[in-house]
Design a protein around this ligand. Structure first.
Ligand SMILES: [Fe+2]
Length: 393
């Protein structure tokens, strides 16, 4: 197929959307290409897309109605040739009630098993699936002190849980997640309150992102040095382990120790499948350091003294969470967070090893018209065959 005259372009989003987040760009496909498809891109287009994603963290391609879901796994392989051809959540959707990843009642697209269907509301016959009853998780189910009914009625919401798409056990996190919006809720903007009591207007159901590069840059020199020398051990079967735990208001970690499952209560597991990753990961394109920690699932911190090589293990869980929270909360400011305002047809790609993201939105607010709350998204994130690259260790 001849390549179109105008190549693929990457345009950073407007400054008022990017703020200090370091995130966000729009991709314009080559002339004549309506829906993204790697076979329609030249080698140079692919390189521009790859660089655009790793430099901007989150990129959006508008008006992708009619996208073939099988394109989403091929996109994943552009950014990670070692990606396995399975969703990082496993070959099948998590439906086990013992795992909080089953809370959204999602399904898989039958013709593309690497692609999950997520969202909110009932759908019949989507992709041949007889019935879907999708649930948009609410922070009220996961936060230690959720917003009051009155605050929710006033339009307030919270991030649900800041995370990378990764089971943190057995299968390695993918480099890239792709999302495609088939239907988006039509609700008024909502609000998030930050530590200084500042309330920020955000789109209802926005996906929120912060850059691990920004999270690293805002640390003090001493904190950077600590982070560069530290590995994070995640809990065995981390999401089952925190099943009964509740998050801090900012959703960066767990508020209190004591509700974790005992290790012997977890489904069968072994230490060789438990993940220990550096705190700071190296961007595979531009070499920048990214602070990549999933604060809700941390278990231990292993810090190496660079002079002696001696390793200190922090295993007191409250201390581990406090230490991680102190680092992560510095990026949690309105100017550092990009909130994606979903439009139908959007394809959003994000650098899963370079950004941290969260669901937001109280889509169950009583609108009286259920259709206004409905949402349908496809999501593809594939397990990688490559360990995250530590910036120093
Ligand atoms: Fe996610």
């Amino acid at each position: 197929m001849p390549h179109a005259a105008e190549p693929l372009r990457v345009t950073p989003l407007a400054a008022e959307l990017r703020k200090s987040s370091l995130l966000g760009a729009e991709i314009t496909l080559p002339t004549g290409v309506k829906c993204i498809d790697l076979s329609a891109l030249s080698e140079s287009d692919k390189e521009i897309l790859r660089a655009g994603l790793f430099d901007n963290g989150v990129v959006v391609i508008r008006n992708q109605q009619g996208l073939d879901p099988n394109v989403m796994p091929t996109l994943g392989k552009l950014f990670d040739p070692t990606a396995w051809d399975i969703h990082s959540g496993g070959e099948k959707m998590v439906t086990d009630a013992k795992n909080i990843l089953s809370a959204n009642r999602g399904a898989r697209v039958p013709r593309a098993q690497q692609v999950s269907v997520i969202g909110k509301g009932k759908f019949r016959g989507h992709e041949g699936i007889e019935e879907l009853d999708l649930k948009h998780v609410s922070h009220t189910e996961f936060h230690e002190t959720p917003l009051s009914k009155e605050e929710i009625e006033q339009g307030f919401t919270r991030p649900y849980r800041w995370h990378m798409d990764a089971p943190l056990y057995e299968r390695l996190p993918g480099f890239v997640t792709s999302l495609h919006a088939l239907q988006v809720p039509k609700q008024p903007d909502q609000k998030i309150r930050f530590a200084n009591n500042e309330a920020l207007n955000i789109p209802a159901g926005a996906t929120a992102f912060y850059s691990g590069a920004r999270a690293f840059n805002v640390l003090t020199d001493a904190e950077k040095e600590f982070a560069l020398n530290t590995n994070v051990r995640y809990a065995p079967r981390a999401y089952e382990w925190i099943l009964d735990c509740k998050a801090t208001d900012d959703a960066l970690t767990i508020a209190k120790v004591g509700r974790e499952k005992k290790l012997e209560e977890l489904p069968e597991w072994s230490w060789d499948k438990v993940h220990t990753f550096p705190m700071v990961w190296k961007n595979p394109h531009n070499g920048q350091p990214h602070l990549q920690v999933l604060g809700s699932c941390v278990y231990e911190l292993h810090t190496t003294n660079p002079s002696t090589g001696e390793v200190t293990v922090m295993s007191d869980l409250q201390q581990v969470r406090n230490t991680v929270h102190k680092l992560l909360k510095q990026v949690y400011k309105p100017e550092n967070i990009y909130f994606h305002r979903w439009q139908e047809g959007d394809v959003v790609l994000f650098h899963n090893r370079g950004v941290v993201h969260s669901i937001t939105g109280e889509l169950s607010a009583p609108s009286g018209e259920e259709d206004h709350e409905k949402r349908l998204l496809w999501q593809c994130t594939m397990a990688s065959g490559t360990e995250p690259m530590g910036y120093r260790i």
